[in-house]
Design a protein around this ligand. Structure first.
Ligand SMILES: Cc1cc2nc3c(=O)[nH]c(=O)nc-3n(C[C@H](O)[C@H](O)[C@H](O)COP(=O)(O)O)c2cc1C
Ligand code: SF4
Length: 651
């Protein structure tokens, strides 16, 4: 079905078995800066799924190249055995492996001791996102770093890695040298185009010199860093054309770590269409003689095939697609495309975890990144009769995995459709793709043999009548309404909750106040939705910023959307009361009462409360019952799905 995707590709001296790959992504699985068992298990799972090649996450080439406290560092020979082990694990599946050689320059996010580090860059020009003012690199240190790239490449070759990729993308050190706005030096590394290219050229030369003939050398670069001071697409194209004769491939992406707007493109959320950079890679491809690899929200084999067969790229990264479903290549190759668990670009557990400093995973497939914990999800020794109550993400996952393990599973859902809160979440502006989590989980449950009944409300008697060996309660949550004081005798503006708004409740004309407690998708999204319907909206958030709990790139997109719709944001406020059409808010820091008059309605985005009464009743009757998801504690779809997996792995 996908002839171009599964056609081999020659890159330098090697032949890749197909044209999809996992691009370098920091898994936060390094153990003291080294390759460890979890990282090997994670990459082994992707190789086993049939991907053509894997680019390992960034490896620091010099002690000044540490940009987070969880980075792989490859600055001494004693790292070689770890890389050798991972190369062997990946090679077992006829999959090639490259390593990324990295120096972030002024992009320093975190340091091991939590203090501000000393960052080095071509010039003392600051970074917007991490608020770093770097020192200008002296020539001796530039030479040492260039040498570090060569030494690191040699270590990779010794370890049996097939090639290296120099990270000149995303505003990291080589890009800082190329960019005349970040590099204002007046010596041989600054000024003219030739001088600004010198650093990257010297790196490639050092890597070539330090590695055997046939060792693949590629370069990753952003075709446009998408911010005011970043490289423009035209500048990047020129740089690529200059460097192409020196490398075996170019891997193109977009964005820059340096700024809020540019960083969104490092891992573009669902707001960006699949393959949105394909026209740029296509342009580049006509001007260079090496294979061009493309990245950016390519999440289906059909999209990949379209890009490749239209000559827009020679290979495509499907990075989150493979985090979400490592078996994607195998399924595509064997005609099981419908069984692929599609990545929805939510950014929650992959790059979201990276920014939290915890190992990456996937909200839909929490087995990802937990390969060691769930390595033994074998067929159950004593198959049981299991009843799952509730068809939200938690219940669906519990049912799907239990049935896949050989249990006899029935799921009851009280609503006309399964999906729970995910059905509402997909109605928020720009979040439609979130609904695919339901399609994916429902497909998994159905294929595993779960019998699903909708419009079926459970109570103690119906559950007892089912005679299940065990019952899983995944009945979700309901909107939580905090105590709101009202003044006696006043006709107060109506108070509705976000669920009602998403379900289409009419709001009175005029100005609306949205009170947001959790700082997640709901408050920001509902505020934008109401503004889209023609209201003036004030979003009063209880945290320090709108969307403070969101993954940064998702927040940037959602907040920008809210601002474009003229939503006015007030921070550090909790809802206290209403007097007529005046909303009373308490400042969370000073305790001052703030009055906002003239509100025609108040919309609450104040979280949820567990819907767990059935659990209590069943426990009272001595049933073997397990409580998961929001019914256990209202959190997000990620925790719900993980709860479902954990309970299904237990018996
Ligand atoms: C958790 C995570 C960490 C990442 N770290 C790196 C990295 O180490 N080096 C890099 O070049 N890109 C990194 N990226 C960007 C990916 O290589 C890729 O460009 C991005 O995920 C978009 O591709 P996709 O839409 O196929 O997921 C990272 C992405 C994710 C999700
Ligand atoms: S967490 Fe979301 S964006 Fe990340 S891999 Fe999973 S589905 Fe894709």
């Amino acid at each position: 079905m996908y002839p171009t995707l599964f056609a081999p590709l020659n890159v330098g001296s090697i032949t890749l078995k197909n044209r999809m790959f996992s691009s370098g992504h920091d898994t936060v699985m390094a153990e003291n800066g080294r390759v460890g068992d979890q990282l090997i298990a994670y990459q082994r799972a992707r190789a086993a799924g049939g991907v053509g090649h894997i680019v390992l996450q960034v490896s620091g080439v010099h002690q000044t190249a540490e940009y987070t406290d969880s980075e792989l560092m490859a600055t001494s020979d004693d790292v070689i055995p770890g890389y050798r082990k991972i190369a062997q694990a990946i090679h077992e599946y006829d999959c090639h492996v490259f390593a990324q050689l990295f120096h972030g320059g002024r992009e320093v996010m975190t340091t091991p001791d939590g203090l501000l580090g000393v960052a080095w860059a071509p010039s003392a020009v600051p970074n917007e996102r991490f608020h770093v003012m770097p020192r200008e690199l002296p020539i001796t240190l530039i030479e040492e770093i260039v040498h570090g790239f060569g030494l690191t490449a040699a270590r990779m070759a010794t370890a049996g890695i097939d090639g290296v990729e120099i990270v000149a993308s995303h505003g990291y050190l080589p890009s800082q040298f190329i960019n005349a706005r970040a590099n204002i030096r007046e010596d041989i590394y600054g000024g003219s185009f030739e001088n600004r290219m010198r650093f990257t050229r010297e790196i490639i030369e050092a890597v070539r010199e330090a590695t055997p003939d046939g060792f693949v050398v590629g370069l990753r670069i952003s075709l446009g860093e998408r911010d005011q001071d970043g490289l423009t697409p035209a500048e990047s194209m020129t740089a690529c054309q200059h460097l192409a004769p020196l490398v075996d491939y170019l891997s193109v992406t977009a964005g820059s770590s340096a700024t809020y707007a540019g960083s969104v493109h490092i891992v573009p959320p669902m707001n960006y269409p699949p393959g949105y950079l394909a026209d740029l890679s296509s342009q580049l491809r006509t001007t260079v003689d090496v294979p061009v690899f493309l990245t950016g929200r390519i999440n289906t084999p059909a999209e990949a095939e379209r890009i490749l067969s239209n000559g827009k790229a020679d290979a495509v990264a499907m990075t989150r697609a493979l985090i979400c479903d490592p078996l994607l290549p195998q399924k595509a190759r064997t005609g099981k495309t419908d069984e692929i668990r599609l990545c929805i670009g939510c950014n929650q557990a992959c790059i979201g975890h990276f920014h939290m400093g915890v190992p990456i995973s996937c909200i839909q497939y929490p087995e990802s990144g937990r390969e060691l914990e769930f390595s033994d999800l074998s067929v159950a020794k004593n198959p049981k009769r299991i009843l799952v109550i509730g068809g939200g993400p938690a219940g669906l996952k519990a049912a799907a995995v239990s049935a896949a393990r050989g249990h006899d599973v029935e799921l009851w859902e009280s609503a006309p459709r399964v999906g729970g809160q995910a059905l509402l979440a997909q109605l928020l502006p720009g979040r439609a793709e979130f609904g695919a989590i339901v399609t994916n989980l429902l497909g998994e449950a159905t294929r595993a043999g779960v019998r699903i009944s909708i419009n079926k409300t459970a109570d103690v008697n119906s559950v007892a009548g089912h005679n299940a060996d065990l019952v899983v309660i995944a009945t979700g949550a309901l909107p939580y309404a905090p105590l709101i004081e009202t003044l006696a005798g006043e006709v107060n503006s109506p108070v509705v909750n976000s669920w009602e708004v998403l379900n289409g409740a009419e709001l009175p004309a005029g100005e609306i106040l949205v009170a947001d407690w959790r700082g997640d998708w709901i408050g920001l999204g509902v505020a934008t939705l109401i503004a889209q319907r023609g209201h003036s909206v004030t979003l009063a958030v209880q945290g320090w910023a709108a969307g403070h709990a969101l993954q940064q790139y998702v927040r940037n997109e959602m907040l920008a959307d809210a601002i474009r719709h003229k939503v006015s944001v007030r921070t550090d406020l909790r809802i206290r009361g209403i007097a007529g059409n005046t909303v009373l808010l308490g400042h969370t820091l000073t305790g001052a009462v703030i009055e906002i008059p003239g509100m025609s309605a108040i919309v609450l985005a104040t979280g949820h409360t567990s819907n767990d009464s059935l659990f209590d009743e069943l426990v009272g009757r001595g049933a073997n019952v397990h409580l998961i998801g929001d019914a256990l504690a209202p959190r997000t779809a990620e925790e719900a799905v993980l709860d479902g997996l954990r309970v299904a792995a237990e018996f």
